[in-house]
Ligand binder design. Structure first.
Ligand SMILES: [Zn+2]
Length: 203
């Protein structure tokens, strides 16, 4: 009987923490993943061409990222209700996972680790686009493409900006389930480091 309640509590705690972990991330996991949302983009994992659509996508992902804070707040509330009147283990699971998310978002808000998608990032992409279409373009036919580690010109291969590419909300080539798992582990952050540019050899 004692063992039964222990097992039940562990199961309830696990279910609570899984819901608390996935729940707030649902928008980033699903909102933009259907094909119809991605006709303007090259399929994952190919490099993406810079465009106003890409900037808009970055801003959407940023909204979902911060929306998860609101969803975590709702889950915290449910966790509190469950702790008080429902199953304590389930409520504790909800609490643990969603407060962990709140802490990681606070870290991003306080600036110790910038969010995977930000307004500054969209501005930077716009600046790269402006430069590519202006007088100081890298070559006569600039095509800025966002690779995993940097934005490079598709024509002359020169590195236009050293920014690692976060998840862009495209349907992932590794399949839906593995894509979701990967998103849950990385939280959208790029796995690759930004390309290090050796400025001494370029001069
Ligand atoms: Zn070029």
């Amino acid at each position: 009987m004692v063992r039964m309640t222990l097992v039940t509590n562990v199961v309830l705690f696990s279910i609570g923490s899984i819901i608390g972990h996935i729940g707030p991330r649902l928008p980033t996991l699903f909102m933009t993943r259907t094909k119809g949302f991605n006709v303007r983009f090259e399929p994952h994992p190919e490099p993406v061409r810079l465009s106003p659509y890409l900037n808009q996508r970055i801003l959407h992902m940023r909204t979902f990222y911060w929306l998860s804070l609101v969803l975590a707040g709702i889950i915290l509330l449910f966790g509190a209700l469950s702790l008080r009147w429902g199953s304590a283990s389930f409520g504790f699971g909800l609490w643990l996972a969603s407060s962990w998310l709140v802490l990681s978002r606070l870290q991003a808000a306080l600036g110790s680790r910038p969010a995977p998608w930000s307004k500054a990032m969209a501005v930077e992409l716009q600046l790269v686009m402006n430069q590519a279409s202006g007088q100081h373009a890298c070559c006569t036919m600039p095509v800025p493409l966002w690779h995993l580690q940097a934005i490079q010109c598709g024509t002359c291969q020169s590195v236009l900006a050293s920014i690692a590419r976060p998840d862009l909300g495209r349907p992932r080539s590794d399949g839906r389930l593995r894509g979701i798992l990967r998103m849950l582990i990385t939280d959208g952050y790029p796995l690759a480091e930004p390309l290090k540019i050796d400025t001494t050899s370029e001069e």
